[in-house]
Design a protein around this ligand. Sequence first.
Ligand SMILES: O=C(O)CCC(=O)c1ccccc1C(=O)O
Ligand SMILES: [Mg+2]
Length: 340
Amino acid sequence: MDVEPFSVELADPLGTARGTIQQRNGFLVTVGYNGRHGVGEATPLPGWTESYEECREALNRGANIATELDWGVALAKLDTPAARHGLSLAFAEARARASDEPLYRSLGRDDLVESVPVNATLSGDGTPSAVAHRAREAVKTGFQTLKLKVGTNGIEEDIERVRAIRDAVGDEIAIRVDANGAWTPVEARQAIDSLAVLDVEYVEQPLSTADLSAHAELRGSVDIALDESLVSHDIEDVIESDAADVVIIKPMVLGGPDRAVAAALRAQEAGIDPVISNTIDAVVARTGAVHVAARIPDVRPCGLATGALLETDLASDPAPIIDGEISVPQDAGIGLPERL
Ligand SMILES: O=C(O)CCC(=O)c1ccccc1C(=O)O
Ligand SMILES: [Mg+2]
């Protein structure tokens, strides 16, 4: 098991209600298995996963265990999500390569999946007309679903932005908003009443993570999606508390593609729609998440169109976005060169 640090920059920082993301620092993880190599990525995002230092320490520990025993044992001992994701993805890729299948097939999907629908991710800053302009550009390139970051400014201003987008793109385009936990229950109620009129598809994480029952109470005129709540609650808690119409599944946050697939399928079984997203990962984890999405039948548009937010990346992108759908690589493994 080989662990190599990397750093990638965002071309345009992504402003969210929980801070601005400017740079992503992580580790490339390479493993050997049955004569093949698999590559994974561990890119921690503090607040969502362990810190960079904790991730590095966990991977080093894993590397020591892995040389002594085997990958499965090392995986079982990695207890932080980003580190576990790195090893789990590397291992899953090596297995897919050894069986000469694309990763999504190796994860259990039987039929051919050529592409997955995706949303455009729109930063929340700027005037309503600036945001509407970005929305119109995204629709011109083929996106049918837009996700706007909200919660950094006042509710009235956010509603103005969503109204400007709706006016600019018409009624056929789906609009989602992501508050990243910024609202109180009273603010959320007020925002949702206005967002319902603007035919918003769902509100992602309106309230802070802990309170599942407060989210359950908000459900109604606009669907509620939980994202950050999955950091501290597992999918069974969310199902049990009736807190969500949609769950946002980020493989880096859940600890690997295996866990992400399991959680997404479990959600579907319980009548909750999973949406696969990512933490603005580099190309290895981002494309890994594309395979997770391809594994899920009838998946709603996913948050995987984030490659263009990066100024630099680890390799050229094997999953171009065409007409609002991200292409699923069909080569063995993730679809990247065997050694990066
Ligand atoms: O889901 C998307 O459209 C892109 C990813 C995204 O918004 C995001 C990226 C990094 C950290 C948190 C989030 C989030 O969904 O809240
Ligand atoms: Mg979110």
